[in-house]
Write a protein that binds this ligand. Structure first.
Ligand code: ADP
Ligand code: MG
Length: 290
């Protein structure tokens, strides 16, 4: 049976915007010492702005055309990167021109536009398709584009750190959280600047979804038995990691139904500081019970 206090704790958490799916998770929350965050949409706004269009030297496309191909490639994707590219293009897209379409989690998109293959994604996607690309010097997240098997250039987009994320990390450190970790599929340079701005202890970048699971499992295996590892993600591409954590939290309205299903805790707003609120409630609930 579950001590009555847990219901009180779950009620307080839900009034604070945090749904805890049972007393056992509330208890585990009180034992969390390591918190692992996904980057995009969790620590950052997940709203990218296009900041530059760079056709390759030998490309046949001008900047506007590069953006148009990218927008078509991203037609069917609901990734925050896709939304930013479509909104920067701003013109209507004709769905009939988009043929087969594939979203490769952690890589990007492969789509047919009027029968021509368009790739839009990171350098791993280019490498996977044998496309040679120029390593850009710009800061920001880079989306490389290849059209009909030729490298066409890249688009630079940038996202902002959530103001609430800095507050969250500070509050968590005051709550006995001994290690904060960030996992991301994005480039190392972007990961480093976000991690340093927030004071995250450990950063792992350029990860595929399976790499995120591996890092999480390593953290779970290498901690003392009583201590728990929590993962916090926005539910885009991170459901497998969510399921492996001692306590998995899905955050914000962006999350997919699958993520909300797999999560032990659902944060109803997009504020990471709610994690600190939930841990505080969990610890207080325990004091009342014992
Ligand atoms: P994060 O780990 O920061 O949450 P994701 O795992 O969602 O990011 O994506 C990792 C990387 O994969 C992105 O930084 C991007 O390079 C590439 N990518 C994923 N989806 C897309 C897309 N729709 N278009 C272009 N690139 C994408
Ligand atoms: Mg993500």
């Amino acid at each position: 049976s579950i001590p009555l206090g847990f219901f009180g704790g779950i009620g307080s958490a839900s009034r604070a915007g945090v749904l805890v799916k049972g007393g056992n998770y509330l208890e585990a929350l009180g034992d969390v010492t390591t918190i692992v965050f996904d980057k995009t949409g969790t620590l950052t706004e997940g709203v990218f702005q296009v900041t530059g269009l760079y056709p390759a030297d030998n490309a046949q496309q001008n900047p506007e055309e590069l953006l148009k191909y990218a927008a078509y490639a991203e037609y069917h994707s609901n990734h925050p990167i896709a939304e930013s590219i479509r909104s920067a293009y701003g013109q209507e897209l004709n769905q009939d021109r988009v043929g087969s379409y594939e979203e490769l989690s952690g890589y990007g998109i492969r789509a047919l536009l009027d029968g021509t293959e368009v790739l839009a994604g990171n350098k791993k996607l280019m490498e996977q398709h044998g496309i040679s690309y120029a390593e850009p010097v710009q800061h920001g997240t880079v989306v490389h584009i290849a059209i009909g098997g030729s490298y066409a250039g890249h688009i630079v987009i940038s996202d902002k750190v959530k103001q609430d994320a800095a507050r969250a990390i500070k509050e968590l450190k005051a709550l006995n959280i001994t290690k904060t970790v960030m996992l991301t599929g994005d480039a190392r340079s972007v990961a480093r600047s976000v991690g340093e701005e927030l004071g995250i202890d450990e950063i792992h970048a350029e990860l595929l979804p399976a790499g995120k699971v591996e890092q999480l499992e390593r953290l779970v295996e290498n901690k003392p038995a009583k201590e728990k590892v929590m993962f916090v993600g926005d539910g885009i591409n991170d459901t497998p990691v969510l399921a492996r954590a001692d306590v998995g939290a899905a955050m914000g309205g962006l999350g997919s139904d699958a993520a909300i299903e797999a999560a032990d805790i659902v944060i109803m707003t997009d504020e990471p500081s709610k994690i600190a609120t939930a841990i505080r409630i969990a610890k207080r609930t325990r004091v009342i019970i014992w």
